[in-house]
Ligand binder design. Structure first.
Ligand code: CO
Length: 204
C-alpha cells in the first residue's frame, strides 16, 4: 500500500544526496535548528516549504489553529526542548487566514476534544468582542480573529517560564507573530515581535 509515497520518498532521498553526498550523514548525529515553528495542522500550511528551509533547519510544532495553551504538555515539551536544549533564536507563531479551527470556534454544535481545544480562541474572541463586532464582513472578521489569535499565542509563548528564564540568563530569543495567506502563499509579519519580557506589555 501507499507505493506512490514510498516511491516519492526514494526519489526525494536520492535528490537530497545528489548535490550533497554527505547530507544525511551530517544530520544523523544531531540537529541544530535556529527556529521553532508553531503553526496550524492544516495540510496547506507546510512549515519548511513556506520558508524554504531544509531538514535540520526548523523545529516544528503543529496543532489545530496554532495554539500555545499554557496547560498543554505537548506544546510545552516542544517549547522547553527548543529553548533549553536546541537554544533556537526565533520562535515563529504562524497562523493562516481562512483557518478552519478559528472559524469552528465561532460556531455552535462542536463536541469532544476539539470543542475543548478551541476554547482558547473563544477567549480571544471575548477579549476583542467590540473590535470584532465592528467588522461587518464575516470573512474579514474571521481573518482578524486569526490575527488576534496569533498575537494571543505570542503572548502565551513569551509569558512561559522557559522563555522568561532564557531571557534572564541572557539568551538571544525572539518570538514573532505571522499570518500566512492561502490565496498567495505569502506571510504577513504582524509586527508583534517580543525580544524581552518588557515587550509583552506592547501586545495590548
Ligand atoms: Co488552520
Amino acid at each position: 500500500m501507499l507505493d506512490h509515497l514510498k516511491e516519492n520518498n526514494r526519489v526525494w532521498a536520492e535528490s537530497m544526496v545528489s548535490g550533497d553526498s554527505a547530507f544525511f550523514q551530517r544530520h544523523e548525529g544531531q540537529q541544530d535548528p535556529d527556529y521553532l515553528w508553531i503553526g496550524c495542522s492544516d495540510s496547506r500550511v507546510s512549515a519548511n516549504e513556506i520558508v524554504g528551509l531544509a531538514p535540520g533547519e526548523l523545529f516544528v510544532h503543529r496543532n489545530v489553529a496554532n495554539l500555545a495553551p499554557p496547560q498543554d504538555a505537548n506544546y510545552r515539551s516542544v517549547l522547553q526542548y527548543a529553548v533549553d536544549a536546541l537554544q533556537v533564536k526565533h520562535i515563529l507563531v504562524v497562523g493562516h487566514y481562512g483557518c478552519g479551527g478559528v472559524a469552528a470556534s465561532t460556531q455552535d454544535g462542536l463536541s469532544g476534544p476539539v470543542d475543548h481545544w478551541l476554547q482558547l480562541i473563544r477567549d480571544v474572541h471575548e477579549d476583542h468582542q467590540t473590535e470584532l463586532d465592528a467588522i461587518e464582513d464575516e470573512h474579514q472578521r474571521l481573518n482578524r480573529l486569526c490575527e488576534l489569535n496569533v498575537i494571543s499565542q505570542v503572548r502565551n509563548v513569551a509569558s512561559d517560564i522557559f522563555v522568561r528564564e532564557a531571557w534572564k540568563r541572557g539568551q538571544d530569543l525572539h518570538i514573532h507573530g505571522w499570518v500566512y495567506s492561502l490565496s498567495n502563499g505569502l506571510v504577513t509579519d504582524l509586527d508583534v515581535t517580543v525580544s524581552k519580557a518588557e515587550d509583552i506589555a506592547r501586545l495590548g
